[in-house]
Design a protein around this ligand. Structure first.
Ligand code: SAH
Length: 352
């Protein structure tokens, strides 16, 4: 999809320009933007206060991104919903809706597939198919808002894909989802999670946004990280931590470290000690995630005792650490497993 033909990826200023070129008045751009980004219209036909002629002209010249709900699963434990959405080209992405006391949170995908190759992650097994456009990222939230009839107050870019490997589209998406003329979600309620692409972490810091940066660390030494994350062959662990420090210095935002605990791999006392030395002194928060075993790999979750012990070790050194609540465990695990299962089912229906 050409960027300039994808109308829902245009900012309000860009849209005003486009509408001007069609010989229309600027207020039409405002109306159109509101239909797309506030009223969350599914197509041009719903935009009843726009003249039919204009709607036809738009339909001829601009693609209108509207994701198709292919499947939804609802957790019986906590009400978490996982959505599979079909894109215009037939690709499928996965998004998750979670209810918390402080509001509703949506986890979106940023790419179809992923090329980062983290060993324990299901999203990367078939590699990267393509980047998502800003409108495809927005529409995951729009489609979920319509389906759940509730306001989304938090967005985490932690679904399939590496957001900093799709940098420009990510930034456009963030500007649009936080725009006062759109859903107006607070920047502070947006988290972008990266496996650690250093130059783009630094670029992001310089955007001076108030979003939270989460770094997937998963190993507390260069060697341990390399075992689990091929990206660590490109960026040395200290460079990555320096980029986190830079992010904090530029934005004043506390960085989150994600650390998936893998039984017998990165959950020992020594691992905890190394982690303390690595991040001590940094204004940060550590999120411990019991690894979600995927059937393609033989990694196992750490023992509960080891997880609590690991957290304890960090807290003793005054490093703020929480164990992530596992939402929707009963509905196909997290991290690309739902999409993968769906894709496999389509290839061989007997397994479904
Ligand atoms: N590419 C980005 C965002 C997507 S993954 C990143 O790497 O941060 C979101 C988080 O889930 C990352 O911390 C990732 O390492 C983690 N993750 C992926 N698969 C997992 C699994 N099977 N169990 C636990 N965490 C996993």
């Amino acid at each position: 999809m050409e960027h300039n033909t994808d109308i829902k990826s245009l900012s309000l200023d860009e849209l005003k320009n486009a509408i001007g070129k069609l010989g229309e008045k600027p207020y039409r751009a405002k109306q159109l933007y509101e239909w797309m980004h506030v009223k969350l219209a599914r197509n041009y036909d719903e935009m009843t206060n726009l003249p039919k002629g204009l709607r036809e002209k738009l339909a001829e010249q601009y693609e209108y991104t509207s994701l198709k709900e292919v499947a939804v699963q609802t957790s019986k434990i906590d009400g978490t919903k996982k959505f599979l959405f079909g894109l215009a080209d037939g690709n499928i992405v996965e998004s998750v809706w979670m209810q918390y006391h402080h509001g509703n949170s949506v986890c979106i995908s940023s790419q179809v597939g992923c090329r980062m190759g983290c060993r324990f992650c299901a999203s990367t097994i078939d590699g990267l198919e393509r980047n998502l456009t800003p409108s495809e990222m927005l529409d995951q939230i729009y489609a979920i808002s319509r389906s759940t009839s509730g306001r989304v107050s938090n967005v985490v870019v932690m679904g399939t894909g590496e957001p900093l490997d799709n940098y420009d589209n990510l930034i456009q998406f963030i500007h649009m989802i936080t725009d006062g003329n759109g859903l107006n979600i607070s920047q502070r309620n947006i988290t972008v999670s990266t496996c650690g692409i250093v130059e783009n972490m630094r670029r992001l810091a310089e955007e001076k946004l108030q979003i939270t940066l989460a770094l997937s660390l998963h190993g507390s030494t260069q060697a341990k990280r390399q075992e689990l994350m091929p990206v660590a062959n490109k960026y040395e662990i200290n460079e990555v931590i320096d980029a986190c420090r830079y992010y904090f210095d530029q934005t004043g935002r506390r960085v989150t470290f994600e650390y998936s605990l893998v039984g017998g791999v990165n959950d020992t006392d020594e691992d905890a000690e190394n982690l303390c030395s690595l991040v001590g002194g940094l204004n940060c928060h550590v999120n411990l995630i019991p690894v979600n075993p995927i059937k393609e790999r033989d990694y196992v979750e750490s023992e509960r005792r080891d997880i609590l012990n690991f957290q304890n070790k960090l807290e003793k050194r005054h490093i703020n650490a929480t164990i992530r609540r596992e939402m929707g465990r009963d509905i196909d695990g997290a991290c690309g497993q739902l999409r993968r299962r769906h894709a496999q089912a389509m290839r061989s229906p007997v397994q479904y």
